[in-house]
Design a protein around this ligand. Structure first.
Ligand code: NAD
Length: 308
């Protein structure tokens, strides 16, 4: 029995619910939003379409208690409108939303994996862990998973290979101090320095192109939710099937004493073994800067006035 919850049913949460149902990777789905009409509307829309599917999950709405035995809960709350102002504009709004949600998650007795999609991702994930008091390995964020996928695609495009032929991680801070760990990047197992079919990779050009591709998504559609929803599905599958595959999610990294995007094996336990690759001194310095930025944002959340 695969049971998942989604809290926040805006652009991201609704798309994710549709994908989970259509791809038939969930048996029970719990949908929650402060806007009850939205939750009931999405439930009815999904139920109308589901008779076309061989596997039909049960869908509950607005029921925190039903999260008790969920394998994972995704937090897709936020305020997409604020993103038009600047990339970290959601910080205090997301903090206030989490304050309202966390006690209800706690009260439900939920003990699965909590996956945060809200931004600023690493700081908000740290705050969520603080509020829910769930064990740190159980509270993760999407982190730099999408930044990593974008960079794989940009590198692959330069030398005309499939993005899946490219491996390597971006660490640090999603949308902020993202740090490509160049020493970990490979194309079909070969380091980036080695030409592919006689063509040499320009890593910095691919970094610029990856950012540009993300910008095109937002400029054209006003949002970049498809990549995010599909990678969220990928993480959920790793958790549900206890895959123990490494992804650069937002997690607590003891070496930096902070939540940070860093690769670790994911499975039903949440974070398993960290993927400890040798980092260059410059990369370590950049990660320290990212950890400090995240801590500064977390401090703002920790100091939010209680009456809000
Ligand atoms: N990591 C990425 O690449 C990436 C990409 C796109 C969006 N995001 C982030 O995902 C989050 C969601 O984005 P979106 O576009 O779906 O936002 P949205 O504004 O469309 O939806 C947010 C939803 O959260 C609900 N909500 C607000 N407070 C709540 C509460 N206390 N309890 C339950 N529900 C509540 C709202 O009613 C709304 O339906 C944002 O933080 C956004 O920045 C991240």
């Amino acid at each position: 029995m695969r049971k998942l919850g989604i809290i926040g049913l805006g652009n991201v949460g609704a798309l994710l619910a549709n994908l989970l149902v259509a791809r038939q990777i969930v048996d029970e789905l719990v949908l929650i939003d402060t806007n009850s009409d939205l939750a009931v509307g999405l439930q009815n829309d999904l139920l109308d379409g589901m008779s076309a599917l061989a596997v039909q999950p049960t869908i509950k709405v607005q029921d925190y208690a039903a999260l008790k035995d969920a394998d994972a809960v995704v937090l897709a709350i936020g305020n997409a409108e604020l993103l038009k102002e600047q990339r970290f504009a959601e910080l205090t709004d997301v903090g206030k939303m989490m304050r309202q949600i966390a006690p209800q998650i706690k009260q439900s007795g939920f003990s699965g994996v909590l996956l945060n999609l809200a931004n600023p991702n690493e700081a908000a994930t740290a705050y969520l862990q603080y509020l829910t008091e769930l064990p740190r390995p159980k509270v993760i964020g999407l982190g730099t998973v999408l930044d990593t996928a974008r960079l794989h695609r940009a590198i692959a495009d330069q030398v005309h290979v499939a993005p899946s032929a490219v491996t390597g991680f971006v660490y640090g801070q999603h949308d902020g101090e993202a740090v490509p760990i160049w020493s970990t990047f490979r194309i079909n197992g070969q380091p980036l320095e080695k030409p592919v079919m006689g063509q040499k990779i320009d890593p910095h050009q691919s970094e610029i192109q990856a950012k540009l591709n993300g910008w095109y998504a937002i400029k054209g559609q006003g949002q970049d939710v498809s990549g995010m929803a599909l990678w969220t599905m990928r993480i959920l599958q790793a958790v549900l099937s206890d895959e123990q595959v490494s992804f650069p999610v937002a997690l607590y990294q003891p070496q930096y004493q902070s939540y940070l995007s860093f690769a670790a094996q994911l499975g039903r336990q949440g974070v398993g073994n960290y993927t400890l690759l040798p980092l260059r001194p410059l990369e370590e310095d950049q990660l320290k800067v990212a950890a400090q930025n995240i801590q500064d944002q977390l401090n703002i959340l920790l100091e939010l006035p209680t009456e809000d």
